[in-house]
Design a binder for this molecule. Structure first.
Ligand code: ATP
Length: 202
């Protein structure tokens, strides 16, 4: 089973790319969904957070109080790192379980949709990394358009993350999304035919 890590930067087009492969019925694992699942009511993940941060981060109904947790870690770097390393373990475990499930189903390929794929060194566990790249000018423009940000706000958001140019060296495949949706589509069809379809026809 080919494990493909799909990543990008804010507003680079990762969801648009993933939608293409969803339509081709390529299975995928969404790290954002997993990150929510592992702190659901009654999970060991939620218990670990309660242990670390106390009852103030738990709502009356027993669920996670994201706002309270957010304001604790926003003001405290050490706590933020503690939270991240605690969650990372649970997320990794759940992603491994889902991988095993797809392996047992003999899926030819799975896409790992992980926003912090490079930062979290997920590529060490995957076979190939596909980066949805846009140049800085296009990224600013798309972010302003999609979110209604000013240029300054868009730049600040982009600069608070690892830059796409810094991610490039980690990628095996660069999907360039500077052009039109049609130009993107042509690259994706090519990837589908060259990299994925042969695995399905084995
Ligand atoms: P985020 O991770 O920030 O949610 P993303 O990387 O998943 O973003 P998308 O939501 O796929 O990015 O795309 C960002 C915006 O750019 C969307 O509004 C999308 O419709 C638009 N977009 C994507 N690709 C193109 C393109 N080739 N031409 C014009 N607009 C595009």
């Amino acid at each position: 089973m080919l494990k493909i890590g799909l990543t990008g930067g804010i507003a680079s087009g990762k969801s648009t790319v993933l939608d293409f492969f969803k339509k081709k019925n390529v299975p995928y694992i969404d790290a954002d969904v997993v990150a929510r699942e592992v702190v659901d009511l009654g999970t060991p993940g939620l218990a670990a957070i309660r242990e670390l941060f106390g009852d103030t981060v738990i709502l009356d109904d027993g669920r996670l109080n994201r706002e309270a947790l957010g304001s604790i870690v926003f003001h405290n770097e050490e706590k933020r790192l503690q939270l991240n390393s605690c969650l990372h373990g649970f997320i990794r475990q759940r992603i491994d379980e889902l991988s095993t499930m797809y392996e047992e189903e003999e899926a030819p390929a799975v896409i790992y949709d992980i926003p912090l794929l490079i930062e979290g060194k997920w590529y060490e566990r995957l076979d190939t990394v596909w980066l949805v790249y846009v140049s800085p000018e296009v990224q600013v423009h798309r972010l302003m358009e999609r979110n209604g940000y000013s240029k300054e706000d868009a730049l600040a958001r982009i600069q608070s993350q690892m830059l796409l140019d810094e991610k490039r060296p980690f990628a095996d495949v660069i999907i360039n999304n500077d052009g039109t949706p049609d130009e993107l589509y042509i690259q994706l069809e090519k990837l589908w035919h060259e990299k994925l379809l042969p695995l399905y026809n084995k």
